[in-house]
Design a protein around this ligand. Structure first.
Ligand code: NAD
Length: 516
């Protein structure tokens, strides 16, 4: 199979009229498709349930985006059985045919790019460019993993022995549970699901409750790409019920999870138990939260640092695992940079992201809104409120971009993931103290260092302990194939999505020695 070398999918330029008109048309097309009911998909069968979970538009909570069937234990059992049955033939399907499914799905997504982005504007409150960037990443993941699977299928590195034919190859594991979070429903589900499937595994996908419509559309695209029944099974439902039953199921061979530290830690513990009928130790991948620091020294380009801090902290309302939620600034430029950040944040337009000039949309739901407002209350006691801190008087789950200054490194708002538009700013004596503060957290996902001094940059590279470190740029926006993504410490198992080694999680090595 010959395919062109990988290159990242370009982003849509919304400054051109044609693209703007195209996106507006998609927003109105998708609006007409909102409110449908989506079934579970088990072994190719569509199964409706009496109960449904409603996914709503966080900017207009009365607008239902999709109603989703609710899986319970019996559906989990059926889905694992269907995936087990499908594994027999899918695991023996050629890697070329499996890669072709991903390439076909990527092609379909290119053709429906604006529709998928528009859906996330409604379902998640993503700004146009954020949604478009995510769909581009979905295409990248499919294209990247198709190529990586083909690469891994080539056997080499085995020492020849006279009179024998020896083989070493990678074979799939079995049935996987794919459990994804709501904030990047398309790219994170695609990443785990397509990596599992292209390597010959079959999966049961459990998306987050608040973004199930996006994942239902994604799974339908895979079905259109001639994927055999039972290879991807979709179980929408509650995490504590369907997610937990899936984690506990003895037929599940591996779990790929992206989500919070709290749920990830629970899954890790439960997955370690061997239950009746289970013939393996479950392999577990957990990608969890972050409390990412942006360190700025006195030699840095402060204009650039301001721009990147703002984008990293407030892009998608700060609801990214990679968000730069701590700014650590060397004291000689602290006052200058803080006033620049506050002035820039004042200009951010808050509102319904259906409007392309809006940068800060709603947070995902009422629970998130309440949690973030609680942290803001805490911040008022722990430090100085420099900007925001209020819920604007508008329909939907909106919170103003909020900045706290003079935050101490041990403050809870400096240590705990808030997952909202809240930036904690801290003062460091010098750049080394800044790095010390950056490292003083349980997490280790992303981080940024701004400086013009090559020696300090070298020291930062060696001493900032995060999975994804960026020099003189924001902490968000990893590109697949370019910045393999995954965190250290309590941010997860560092499986590096979009990297050259990622598929190995979904494979086991098999040696076959044959005497002639
Ligand atoms: P979450 O942990 O609440 O939910 C994630 C998924 O787990 C959902 O599908 C949910 O239904 C399911 N779930 C909930 N309880 C479960 C249980 N007991 N057993 C099995 N499954 C269960 O996370 P979220 O709110 O959807 O996402 C936000 C979190 O995800 C943040 O902490 C963020 O930092 C993290 N995240 C990490 C990355 C990364 O790559 N490291 C990327 C995106 C998001």
């Amino acid at each position: 199979m010959v395919i062109p070398p990988f290159s990242n999918e370009p982003l849509t330029d919304f400054f051109t009229n044609e693209n703007r008109q195209g996106f507006l048309a998609a927003l109105s097309r998708v609006k007409n498709a909102l409110g449908q009911t989506y079934p579970l998909i088990i072994g190719g069968r569509e199964i409706a349930t009496t109960d449904v979970i409603r996914s709503v538009n966080p900017a207009h909570p009365e607008q239902v985006v999709g109603c989703h069937a609710v899986a319970v234990q019996e559906h989990v059992d059926q889905a694992v059985s269907a995936a087990t049955a499908a594994f027999r033939s899918w695991s023996r399907t050629s890697v070329e045919d499996r890669a072709a499914v991903l390439l076909r799905a990527a092609h379909t997504i290119r053709g429906r790019r604006h529709d998928l982005s528009a859906l996330m504007v409604y379902e998640l409150g993503k700004a146009w460019d954020e949604a478009d960037g995510e769909v581009a990443e979905v295409i990248d993941l499919m294209e990247w993993y198709a190529r990586q699977a083909l690469r891994l299928a080539v056997m080499d590195g085995i020492t020849p022995v006279r009179g024998e034919i020896n083989r070493f190859r990678y074979v799939p594991l079995g049935v996987g549970a794919i459990i994804s979070p709501w904030n990047f429903p398309l790219s994170l589900t695609t990443g785990m699901m397509s990596a599992a499937v292209v390597t010959g595994n079959t999966v049961v996908v459990k998306p987050a409750e608040t973004s199930s419509t996006s994942v239902a559309w994604l799974v339908n695209i895979f079905r259109e790409a001639h994927l055999a029944d039972g290879v991807i099974n979709l179980l929408t439902g509650w995490g504590e019920v369907a997610g937990e039953a899936l984690v506990d199921h003895p037929g599940v061979r591996f779990i790929a999870f992206t989500g919070s530290r709290e749920v990830g830690s629970r899954i890790y513990e439960r997955a370690a138990r061997v239950t009746s009928g289970q013939r393996w130790l479950k392999r577990v991948q957990l990608e969890m939260g972050g409390k990412n620091a942006v360190v700025v020294d006195e030699t840095a380009d402060l204009t650039r640092a301001t721009r990147e801090i703002i984008t990293g902290a407030f892009g998608f309302q700060g609801q990214k695992c990679s968000a730069g939620s701590r700014a650590v600034i060397v004291e000689s430029v602290y006052d200058d940079l803080v006033s620049r950040i506050v002035e820039a944040a004042k200009k951010l337009k808050v509102g319904d992201p259906i409007d392309p000039t809006v940068m800060v949309g709603p947070v995902i739901d009422d629970t998130a809104e309440e949690k973030i407002l609680d942290y803001i209350q805490l911040g008022r006691h722990e430090s100085d409120l420099l900007l925001g801190g209020e819920k604007p008087q508008m329909e939907g789950y909106f919170i103003q971009p909020t900045i706290f200054g003079g935050v101490t490194p041990d403050a809870r708002i400096a240590q705990e993931e808030i997952f909202g538009p809240v930036l904690a700013v801290m003062k460091a004596r010098d750049f080394e103290h800044g790095i010390e503060i950056a490292n003083d957290t349980d997490y280790g996902l992303t981080g940024s260092f701004f400086s013009r001094d090559p020696e300090r940059i070298a020291l930062a590279r060696d001493t900032i302990r995060v999975g994804n470190l960026y020099i003189n740029r924001r902490s968000t926006g990893a590109m697949m194939g370019v910045h393999p993504f995954g965190g250290f410490n309590m941010s997860g198992t560092d499986t590096k999505g979009g990297g050259p080694d990622y598929l190995l999680f979904y494979l086991q090595g098999q040696s076959i020695g044959e005497v002639l």
